[in-house]
Design a binder for this molecule. Structure first.
Ligand code: C2E
Ligand code: MG
Ligand code: MG
Length: 670
């Protein structure tokens, strides 16, 4: 079979064509069979009738041979011939002499003249009868308007004891027989045809049906969610588009809801996928029943539903619906011996207020949902343009961070940490900067929270550690470097190996590295954090508590975790002059450090008064604009040099000249 034909057969129309071809073939064979069988039956019927009739004539016309020889028939024979002409289906018969000359014709009985007709000359098809002296029969269609439609014409030899006395021609009306045979054969052919066609037809029917079922299933799968039977996202958006188009410019308010069911993840994570599916099914059943009987509902994401409500009165009505969703869906679901609970968050977008097309409304409801999730779940939020602006800003920042990492736009700045009593340089805090060629300097206070959200903080944090260790490895050995850590770096499980890599890469001693963590770290998985802090301690790395006083400031942290230093948040320092109670609070905090034997660092020291107060209060270390702003690594050498010079000038017995450092062991490396 050629490839074109094969391809044709494989197509829908090809299958029909193949079946039609097969049926036409069967029909053709059927017609040929009916014609052939009818002819055969007619021939054998004609033979039988002819035979019977010939015997009938022979036995009733004793002078038949004589008649054939040209003698006139006896009166009895003429009477017999008259009667015979009206009996049965023989409608005409003739007698010929041995040479085929017509002697008597039933239709012209009693005729006196001789016939001038010879059957062999006029009907050469009968010549084989003369040659073999045997009977010859034809079944013919008459074609004439009078006489039978179908007839058989037989020529039989007449004779006794082997002599040929003449010929008897018998014409039998076969019209009725032909019809009978034809209809019987047609019925038979139809039955056989039906039996023959039944197999392939059944096969075709079965295949078509299977295909239809498969197509229906495919259609179902592409439009519906298997677990809940609700529409899927694509189908829902399509339907929403249609419904919105149908609304036209209608002022009737409608609403789109996006619903997040955190319980699906919780159920799946804790009890496996069956629990998750049970939970979802129950949620789907509830949502289409109670709050959303009139809505078009879909499961749009693993644990998220969406619904379009075609009619709402006003914002209050929409808020009522949203509250109802939270209330109905947050009821617990029982699964085996467990109870599955889910916080429910809902985002609402109003039509026409927040948009009129499906994709716009989807975005608006998603933004509102995000806000509801961020607000702590189990609540609803309406779409607000301001939130969208914020979201867009955040997306831009996400892209900028990715770009910055790929193109090395990140840089570390260093801010000196000073010992208040001696004013000596003790180390630097590394502070990250994103210096974008077009967008300018972006503050870590802006991009660190975004990087924490996207997870980019892991690679950025690792880079900071490597970069800080590398830079500080060129400083004098008594100077430390402090690096800020995000609490998320403790969750990755990679922190220790990242630190080892950073230290090893620059051959930087662990005791010169300090890590700054905030109280937020201690809100997470306390055991995991404690374990890692212990490993850091064992490695010889110092850990400082940054921004002390701003977070939860639970004093229990201070003795639960052995911090190497506590950094007092700059808001306290700023308050020294402005807030009367601040100095007292600061003194208390500083004395707390003394009792714990943990050195205190004051952040954000901007004035000499602040520095003096802190020194008197017993604070050991400080950093702030008073001493220096954070500077790029290239300016660190100058600060170190200045500090060295200052320390020389304080040493007794050294002249001003001699105080100038002619050569520093580490200077050359800075
Ligand atoms: P932080 O760790 O508390 O850093 C001190 C912040 O105070 C720095 O802001 C510093 O520039 C600023 N500062 C220092 N002295 C003064 C002063 O006298 N007056 C005023 N007004 N500010 C002063 P910066 O560099 O913008 O960093 C902000 C925060 O971003 C940091 O607070 C830290 O939490 C975070 N951060 C900075 N670099 C990194 C980093 O590499 N990794 C992580 N995870 N966070 C970082
Ligand atoms: Mg810090
Ligand atoms: Mg701080």
């Amino acid at each position: 079979m050629g490839t074109t034909l094969k391809a044709m057969l494989r197509s829908k129309y090809g299958s029909f064509a193949a079946v039609a071809l097969f049926c036409a073939l069967i029909a053709g064979i059927g017609v040929a069979f009916v014609n052939r069988a009818t002819t055969k039956l007619l021939e054998s019927d004609a033979e039988m009738v002819t035979e019977e009739w010939a015997n009938y004539i022979v036995s009733n016309v004793p002078d038949l041979s004589e008649i054939a020889q040209g003698e006139l028939p006896s009166t009895e024979s003429v009477i017999f011939f008259e009667q015979a002409r009206q009996v049965g289906r023989v409608y005409d018969f003739s007698i010929y002499d041995p040479d085929g000359k017509l002697i008597l014709r039933s239709k012209e009985l009693g005729r006196t003249h001789t016939f001038d007709y010879n059957i062999f000359s006029n009907r050469p098809e009968f010549l084989p009868a003369r040659k073999d002296r045997k009977r010859v029969i034809f079944v013919n269609e008459s074609g004439a308007s009078s006489g039978p439609e179908i007839y058989s014409d037989a020529l039989l030899p007449i004779g006794t004891q082997g002599n040929l006395d003449g010929w008897l021609e018998i014409k039998v009306d076969q019209t009725a027989r032909q019809r009978l045979f034809m209809s019987s054969m047609t019925s038979l052919a139809l039955i056989i045809g039906a039996i023959l066609a039944a197999g392939p037809a059944l096969g075709f029917w079965y295949r078509t049906r299977q295909k239809q079922i498969a197509e229906r299933q495919l259609n179902y799968l592409s439009h519906f969610d298997m677990a809940t039977g609700l529409l899927n996202r694509g189908a829902w958006l399509e339907r929403l588009g249609g419904l919105l188009a149908g609304r036209g410019e209608s002022a009737q308010r409608a609403a789109v809801f996006q619903i997040d069911l955190n319980g699906f993840k919780l159920a799946t994570d804790n009890f496996g996928p069956t629990a998750g599916d049970t939970f979802l099914k129950e949620m789907a059943a509830r949502i289409v029943e109670e709050p959303f009987a009139q809505a078009t509902v879909a499961r749009v994401n693993s644990g998220q539903f969406a619904a379009f409500l075609p009619r709402i009165a006003d914002t209050i009505d929409a808020a009522h619906m949203a509250r109802k969703i939270v209330e109905v869906l947050s009821r617990p679901v029982e699964w085996e011996d467990h109870v599955l609970n889910s916080p429910v968050s809902v985002g609402v977008a109003l039509i026409p207020d927040d948009g009129n097309d499906a994709s716009r409304l989807w975005t608006a409801a998603s933004i509102a949902l995000e806000e509801a999730i961020e607000a702590g779940r189990n609540c609803y939020r309406f779409f607000a343009a301001e939130t969208e602006r914020q979201t867009q800003k955040q997306r831009d920042l996400e892209q900028t961070i990715t770009e910055a990492y790929e193109r090395n736009y990140f840089e570390l700045y260093y801010q000196p940490i000073i010992e208040l009593k001696t004013k000596k340089l003790r180390g630097f805090e590394a502070l990250i900067r994103l210096n974008h060629p077009e967008k300018g300097m972006i503050s870590p206070a802006d991009f660190i929270p975004v990087a924490e959200k996207t997870g980019d903080i892991q690679k950025i944090g690792a880079w900071c550690l490597e970069e800080a260790c590398h830079t500080a490895s060129f400083w004098p050995p008594d100077l430390t470097v402090s690096v800020n850590l995000s609490p998320l770096q403790f969750n990755s499980g990679q922190l220790i190996s990242v630190l080892r890599r950073a230290l090893d890469a620059s051959n930087f001693p662990a005791y010169r590295l300090e890590l700054e963590v905030t109280e937020g770290l201690l809100l997470g998985n306390v055991d995991v954090v404690k374990e890692q802090l212990q490993v850091l301690r064992d490695m010889g790395i110092a850990v400082s508590l940054d921004d002390f006083g701003t977070g939860y400031s639970s004093l229990s942290y201070l003795w639960q975790f052995p911090f190497s230093k506590i950094k007092i948040d700059q808001s306290f320092i700023r308050a020294i002059e402005a807030t009367p109670s601040a100095p007292g609070i600061l003194r208390t905090i500083i004395s707390l450090g003394r009792y714990l034997s943990v050195p205190m660092t004051a952040e954000g020291v901007e004035t000499a008064e602040q520095a003096r107060f802190l020194e008197r209060a017993g604070c050991q270390l400080a950093q702030g604009y008073l001493f220096s702003r954070p500077v790029p690594s290239t300016e660190v050498a100058g600060i170190i040099l200045k500090d060295f010079t200052k320390s020389l000038s304080k040493k007794p017995g050294l002249s001003k000249r001699a105080r100038k450092p002619a050569k520093l062991p580490d200077e050359a490396r800075l």
